[in-house]
Design a protein around this ligand. Structure first.
Ligand code: NAP
Length: 273
């Protein structure tokens, strides 16, 4: 099975294939399926998802649309949260809940092994995640998981959990205008750990910065393409999973891989953060 270390720089984040508030079915399920098919058609080999998107909506769409999966497709899920009937987000962080969530994701996606699972630290969690990480390490030893990752974590947490089992990737909030992880990214790069920014385009508040528009106009590109190209050039350990519910945006985002920013662009863009 292909691993995260083998994927292309730009993948796809499936969170936007759900309804408003990442809850319930999407407004246009047929377009959601077209997005997934087009992604694979254009060579996307990395899809980021979770049972708690919908809940189950993103994973059901992925399985219904793409199963049996192309052998090169790397599916990455995350565990640590659950949804309530009113769309609320809640921690599901006990070791038993973590174990069940992995089995649920395996079943929902229709696979015997998931290429990578991220442990998502929920807001407000204090203290060590060693017990949860140990459960994931055991499931990995059983062959149910390829690689382990962490989400919304600090350098100290990565350092602690690395003692239990290797951290293959970190998924934190980062983009041109949200640069708190600058040093962290460089440190992870030195350790050979991938960094997968969530909200690469700004998430619920898409980036809207004049400098971006200027650089985009110079290259005949879009602002979103510049934001993604900047991330690709920011550090070699960055893997992208921009999310979209539209085929047009998907195609635009994937084309950002061909955009090369020059030094003048990088200096201007650096001032945004
Ligand atoms: N670990 C975590 O805690 C966590 C948290 C959030 C997300 N994630 C993962 O990270 C992925 C990326 O994050 P995200 O989807 O929230 O945020 P994002 O990629 O920063 O932005 C997605 C938003 O930008 C819009 N968009 C996408 N491409 C566009 C384009 N070319 N032009 C204009 N607008 C565009 C989308 O709307 P349209 O649908 O209209 O294109 C959507 O509203 C998610 O899909 C999910 O897999 C992880």
């Amino acid at each position: 099975m292909k691993r995260l270390s083998d994927v292309k720089r730009i993948g796809f984040g499936a969170m936007r294939l759900t309804g408003p508030g990442i809850f319930g079915p999407p407004a246009d399920p047929a377009e959601a399926r077209r997005v997934l098919l087009r992604a694979v058609d254009l060579g996307v080999d990395h899809i980021d998802t979770s049972d708690y998107y919908g809940p189950y909506v993103a994973n059901d769409l992925i399985r219904e649309t793409l199963h049996p999966y192309p052998p090169e497709l790397v599916l990455v899920t995350k565990v640590g949260a659950r949804r309530s009937d009113d769309g609320g987000w809640h921690p599901a962080f006990s070791p038993d809940e973590i174990r069940s969530a992995v089995h649920d994701n395996l079943g929902r996606l229709g696979v015997e092994r998931i290429a990578a699972v991220n442990l998502r630290k929920m807001d407000g969690w204090e203290g060590s995640m060693a017990d949860q990480w140990t459960v994931l390490a055991e499931l990995r030893m059983q062959g149910l998981i390829g690689d382990l990752g962490l989400s919304s974590v600090s350098p100290a947490e990565v350092e602690e959990l690395q003692q239990i089992a290797p951290v293959a990737c970190v998924q934190n909030h980062y983009n041109l205008a949200h640069r708190q992880d600058d040093d962290f990214i460089d440190a992870l790069n030195e350790q050979g750990i991938f960094y997968v920014p969530f909200f690469p385009l700004g998430g619920f508040n898409p980036l809207d910065v004049e400098t971006l528009d200027g650089v985009a106009a110079k290259h005949g590109a879009t602002s979103m393409q510049v934001a993604l190209a900047w991330l690709l050039q920011r550090s070699p350990n960055i893997l992208l999973i921009p999310g979209t519910s539209s085929v047009a945006h998907l195609e635009e985002n994937l084309a950002a891989g061909r955009l090369k920013l020059d030094d003048e662009d990088l200096v201007a863009l650096d001032k945004i953060g």
